[in-house]
Structure formats: C-alpha cells, structure tokens
Design a protein around this ligand. Structure first.
Ligand SMILES: CC(C)(COP(=O)(O)OP(=O)(O)OC[C@H]1O[C@@H](n2cnc3c(N)ncnc32)[C@H](O)[C@@H]1OP(=O)(O)O)[C@@H](O)C(=O)NCCC(=O)NCCS
Length: 226
C-alpha cells in the first residue's frame, strides 16, 4: 500500500532529461571554474554546504539558501518535476550552485543562483550556464526569471536586459516575473556566456571529490571579524 502511494507522489522527469556537457571557465583571478551537472547522490553534500547560509542575513543569502535548500531536497527525494542542478567547482571546492525547473519543452522557470565564493563572478557564470542548458540543450523558447536581491536584479534584469512580464506570476511566491527569450539569449551570449569544452579529464575528475564545506564566504566573514 505505502509503495503504491510513493509511486503516485514520486516525481522526477516527465520530459527527456538531457545531460549538460561540462565546461571550464577561466576566471579573472586566473583560476578555472568547472561547471557541470550535479549528480543526485551529491545532493547531501550540497545541502550541507547550503544549510549554514540560512542563518547568514546578508545580501538575501538567508531567503535564497532556504528556498534552494528546499528545492534541492525536493529534487533528491523526487518531489519536484523536471529540475536540474548545476554546480561550479574551483580547486575541487564548491564555488556556487544553480537550479532550474522545466515546466515543459518550451517554458523554463529559473529557480536560484547562489555564489559560495564571492568576487569572481561565479554566480554570473552559473546563471548563464543554467540558461544555456535550458535554451541550447533543452530548446526552450522562454525562461521566467525573478530576483530576491538587488545584486540578483543587477546581474539578471540589468546585465541580461530581461523583459518585464507583469502578467505572469513567478513560481517562487508569485512575485514579479521577467523573461529571457531565446532571441535575447543569443543576442547577449557573446558577452555573458563563457566556457570551453570538453573539460580535460583530470580537471573534470578533480570536481568529483566534493566534500561538505563551510562556504568560502562564511570563512571570509569570520576572518573579517577576527
Ligand atoms: C547574486 C549572486 C549569485 C551574484 O554572484 P556573483 O556574480 O558571483 O557576484 P558576487 O556576489 O561575487 O558579487 C556581486 C557584487 O557584490 C559585491 N561583492 C563582491 N564580493 C563581495 C563580498 N565578498 N562581500 C560582499 N559583497 C561583495 C560586488 O560589489 C559585486 O558587484 P560587481 O561585481 O557587480 O561590482 C550572489 O551575490 C549571491 O549568491 N547572492 C545571494 C543569493 C542571491 O541573491 N541570489 C540571486 C537571487 S535573485
């Protein structure tokens, strides 16, 4: 009986899941960030790394990490439809996390972007990568984007010149929605979407030994306070 109920509640992909091809981005500080799709079995590591940020009341990390925690947990226990999670890894350490949810083959809901290392545009590159995945890999026509923070607004609405869609409520609480259309994506691509493929095998492998971490930005914070 309980197994029958689980088969009703269990939710994963109902459209074809298309793996994201990893890429490597040379950052302004000279380091390389690999962006690749997270594996479901890595979810506990991501959750443990996100959790301390729920109490970090700066730049809206608290609300974004709380929502992202629930979304990644939902993905892990199969309670979300068509969600993908990408991670950025620098020197074997998590630099940031992004996730999106495909409503169907044509429309994507942009979920969250969080930089765990700051000052290297990890978040900006990861946001670009998840939209690249939605548009170039899955072929959606449009992505609905919102922002919880002024930095997010600056990064997404302004840098990407997104179009306001007041008639649409975003899935994240019904807040104001902007749209990244396929047309606009290709217009902005050369200045915002970076990375080279394939990622050298040894570099890619160095990203598969992730450990739960205290995010670099919290370590920075306690150093700043010392
Ligand atoms: C929004 C976000 C993903 C952008 O990530 P990013 O592109 O890697 O950018 P950073 O966060 O490193 O830097 C953004 C701005 O913060 C400032 N900044 C950089 N390092 C910082 C630090 N260590 N502490 C405080 N501010 C910093 C800079 O002014 C920078 O602006 P600029 O590069 O445009 O001049 C990231 O700020 C974040 O995760 N914020 C919290 C969650 C959030 O708001 N997510 C988006 C929801 S809409």
């Amino acid at each position: 009986m309980s197994q029958d109920i689980e088969s009703i509640l269990n939710m994963d992909w109902d459209i074809e899941h298309k793996p994201y091809q990893a890429k490597a981005i040379k950052l302004a500080n000279g380091k390389t960030m690999v962006i690749r799709e997270a594996k479901k079995e890595e979810a506990p590591i991501l959750l443990e790394s996100i959790r301390p940020l729920q109490l970090y009341h700066k730049d809206y990390y608290d609300i974004v990490s709380s929502r992202m925690y629930a979304e990644i947990l939902g993905w892990y226990v199969n309670r979300v439809r068509n969600e993908f999670v990408l991670i950025g890894v620098v020197d074997g350490e998590l630099a940031g996390i992004v996730n999106n949810r495909l409503m169907n083959n044509k429309i994507c809901m942009s979920f969250h972007t969080m930089a765990l290392m700051r000052g290297i545009r990890a978040g900006a590159h990861l946001f670009a990568a998840k939209q690249e995945n939605a548009i170039e890999n899955y072929g959606v026509d449009e992505i609905y984007v919102t922002a919880e923070s002024p930095i997010g607004f600056h990064r997404w609405m302004e840098e990407w010149a997104l179009e306001l869609r007041p008639e649409i409520q975003h899935e994240l609480g019904g807040v104001t929605t902007w749209s990244l259309t396929k047309e606009n994506y290709y217009k902005q691509k050369s200045k915002l979407v970076f990375g080279s493929r394939p990622v050298p095998q040894d570099l890619l492998e160095s990203t598969y030994n992730l450990k739960p971490i205290v995010p670099q930005l919290l370590r920075q914070k306690s150093e700043d306070e010392d």
